[in-house]
Design a binder for this molecule. Structure first.
Ligand code: C2E
Ligand code: MG
Ligand code: MG
Length: 371
């Protein structure tokens, strides 16, 4: 099987992914590999031919992953999975190239398959939990960001970086995302009953794939209805990568949800590709500028300049600006002097499980925030 940008499972074959199957290759694996490689190179060369598109000269590149299955009784899924892994190797090697699936890759494939099974199990067995990290301003606690963790039965507590990308690839992010929304909205509804907590809003991270789903708006509205959460206390964090594909769809979805009272924030701002023209058109409430700039703000003039421009940009567009990853009093002071009013980071509070977050509430409310 030669997978030209193939994906793990046939249902996930995207619009730019194709499978090429070669028949009657040599019985000798080495020879079959040479034949497959020659044909792969031919495909690359043909795709590399320049062509005119709307009068402009263009050319296309492809990444090809190859696996030989001979007469082995592997399943189709297995062959596609192997081609997929090899294709990612080709992409990582700089694109417009070809890679073969190899035994060491098999180890990676097995580990990935095991994690996928574990993820499915985690959804059934309720192994996810939400941690809450405070967001503060001058007056004290503004709200909390909900950050998912996975209590893996054998590997301990896993952070999102260790399983969210896999959930996205395996098409499980919709289920995980639904779980997070449901859990956050249930918490908003529970906090509404107590004076000390009724004002706390929860920010939920939305993955690009989840947001792109045609039923996204309905899913959010259904969760709000089911849980009785006040939409004013729910904020959705989007990332810049969502804006590149279909900005009209993003605007449309935000416009459907905003009248219900939900807020929208642009996470990790400054790390993606969003153009300022897009930003002007997006009906957002908040920009969160990425912790990478905060990390270096004391030492790097560039980071400081970026922080300053993001704050001015936010102000000019009428958005609140939150600095993420604030760890020291010096960083907070400098950010405040640039006009940044809202903060999140270890200086104010770590992400905590619900009970510990609630116990720490009186401390946040006093406002360890800017003077
Ligand atoms: P993010 O949304 O930018 O979340 C902020 C990350 O920065 C969190 O990592 C948080 O623990 C960490 N952080 C907070 N304060 C500080 C600080 O002062 N210093 C440093 N060095 N780090 C700080 P975490 O919890 O590992 O989450 C990582 C990313 O995973 C999140 O980045 C978000 O993009 C994603 N994520 C988390 N929960 C979810 C979820 O429920 N759904 C989706 N789709 N993605 C999620
Ligand atoms: Mg976030
Ligand atoms: Mg962030």
């Amino acid at each position: 099987v030669t997978g030209v940008q193939t994906c793990a499972l046939p249902i996930w074959l995207g619009g730019d992914e194709f499978v090429v199957m070669l028949e009657d290759l040599s019985e000798v694996p080495e020879n079959a590999a040479v034949q497959a490689e020659a044909i792969g190179e031919k495909i690359l060369a043909v795709l590399d031919q320049p062509y005119l598109l709307g009068g402009r000269g263009c050319h296309s590149t492809a990444s090809i992953g190859v696996t030989l299955f001979g007469n082995r009784p592997d399943s189709t899924d297995e062959a596609l999975r192997q081609a997929d892994i090899a294709m990612y190797q080709a992409k990582a090697a700089g694109r417009n190239t070809l890679r073969f699936f190899s035994p060491p890759l098999q180890v990676a494939v097995n580990a990935r398959a095991r994690m996928e099974d574990d993820l499915r199990q985690a959804l059934k067995a309720n192994q996810f939990i939400l941690y809450y990290q405070p967001q503060v301003d001058r007056g004290g606690l503004l709200g909390a960001e909900a950050l998912i963790r996975w209590k893996h039965p054998t590997r301990g507590l896993l952070s999102p970086g260790e399983f969210i990308p896999l959930a996205e690839e395996a098409g499980l992010i919709l289920l995980v995302g639904d779980w997070v929304l449901e859990a956050a909205c249930t918490q908003i509804a529970a906090w509404a009953h107590r004076k000390e907590t009724a004002h706390i809003s929860i920010a939920v991270n939305i993955s690009a794939r989840q947001f792109r789903e045609p039923g996204f708006v309905d899913r959010v509205l259904a969760v709000l209805n089911r849980t009785g959460a006040n939409p004013e206390n729910l904020k959705l964090e989007l990332t810049e990568s969502m804006l590149v594909d279909n900005i009209e769809d993003v605007i449309d979805k935000i416009n459907h949800l905003k009248p219900r009272g939900l807020g929208f924030s642009l996470d990790d701002f400054g790390t993606g590709y969003s153009s300022l023209a897009y930003l002007k058109r997006l009906p957002l409430d908040q920009l969160k500028f990425d912790q990478a700039f905060v990390r270096d703000i004391m030492t790097d003039i560039g980071s400081r300049a970026i922080a300053k421009s993001v704050v001015s940009l936010g102000q000019a567009l009428g958005l609140t600006v939150v600095a993420e990853g604030v760890e020291s009093e010096e960083q907070r002071g400098l950010l405040a002097s640039l006009g940044c009013q809202s903060f999140q980071g270890f200086l104010f509070g770590w992400p905590l499980p619900l009970k510990e977050f609630e116990l720490a509430l009186p401390g946040f409310a006093k406002g360890s925030a800017p003077k």
